[in-house]
Structures are given as C-alpha cells and as structure tokens.
Write a protein that binds this ligand. Structure first.
Ligand SMILES: Cc1cc2nc3c(=O)[nH]c(=O)nc-3n(C[C@H](O)[C@H](O)[C@H](O)COP(=O)(O)O)c2cc1C
Length: 151
C-alpha cells in the first residue's frame, strides 16, 4: 500500500472504494490512494466534497478499499470506517500538500475533502498457480487476530 501511494505504475495506486448507498445497495468507484499511515492503520483518499460518496459515507461510514497489485498477484481488501474531513485542519494540511495541478482539479479548497479509512480488518489474497493463499487480519483496538483462510 505504501508503495502504491507514490507510484502510479503500482496497482495499489488505483484502489476501488466501496460504500453503501442510501437504499442499502452497494456502490463502488476507482480512486487514487493518497497516503498509507502504517502506525494508525489508515488509508487516505481525496474527493470532491459534493461527490455522491460523501453523502453515502455521512450516512454510513462503513467502507472498503480494494487494492490489487498485479505484479505481486496480491489483492488486499481493507474494511473499516471512513472519516470525512472537510473545511478542517486535516483537510487544509492535505490541500496544502497537493501540487498545483492536483489542486486545479477541485473548484477550490471548499470543495476538497480528505477521506481517511481506519482499517478494522484486512483480507489478503495471493493468486498462486500452486494454490491460492488467503489470510484474514482483524483488530480490536490494538489487538490483532490473524488466521489463514486458505488453504
Ligand atoms: C483512474 C481514476 C482515478 C480516480 N480517482 C479519484 C479520486 O482520487 N477521488 C475521487 O473522488 N474520484 C476519483 N475518480 C472518479 C471516481 O471513480 C468517481 O467517478 C467519482 O468520484 C464520483 O463517484 P461518487 O459519485 O460515487 O462520489 C477516479 C476515476 C478514475 C477512472
């Protein structure tokens, strides 16, 4: 995930963010992974503050980021709750760190939102011709439980 932040050639640069629509239906879209903060188990994404996903996440913050590193044939599904920062200090910091060409994608800082996923659980899948391997990781506070799901 950390490698994917800086490198647009890395599969993890382009995760899919899934959220829950008002009627309970699933929704998903491609985004850019902007930061991965290992110590806090956080993944960060940027969005237009008026995009549909913001209303969905305000209603239900449960979200999933799906990342696929093709070179490593590895899929990661990160589940957790999404915090939305808009018009606060965290959003301002993220905005200031953006290059001008990225800022230009937004109609000003007031339309910019920083989304922060706090990871509660992670599903790791390695596609291996010799047999797929899959593991699950879940955190309760700082306590990690990990188990093999396959084989
Ligand atoms: C390659 C690619 C990268 C994208 N990156 C982002 C992104 O970082 N943030 C974002 O909000 N939308 C991004 N989009 C657009 C979203 O996929 C989506 O169309 C848009 O956010 C509106 O979705 P929503 O109405 O569910 O909020 C990207 C789309 C593509 C194809």
């Amino acid at each position: 995930m950390e490698s994917g932040v800086a490198d647009p050639q890395h599969g993890c640069h382009w995760p899919v963010l899934a959220s829950i629509a008002a009627d309970g239906a699933p929704d998903a879209r491609t985004v850019v992974l902007r930061a991965a903060v290992r110590q806090r188990r956080e993944l960060q994404v940027h969005s237009d503050a008026q995009a549909g996903k913001l209303a969905q996440l305000a209603r239900d913050p449960r979200a999933c980021l799906v990342l696929y590193d093709g070179a490593a044939r590895t899929q990661l599904r990160a589940h957790g709750r999404m915090r939305v920062h808009q018009g606060d200090a965290a959003a301002a910091l993220a905005w200031q760190a953006l290059p001008a060409h990225s800022q230009a994608l937004y109609a000003g800082v007031q339309r910019f939102a920083l989304l922060v996923l706090s990871i509660d659980s992670l599903d790791w899948l390695l596609i291996d011709p010799a047999g797929h391997r899959r593991a699950g990781f879940a955190w309760a506070g700082e306590t990690l439980s990990a188990r093999w799901l396959a084989p």
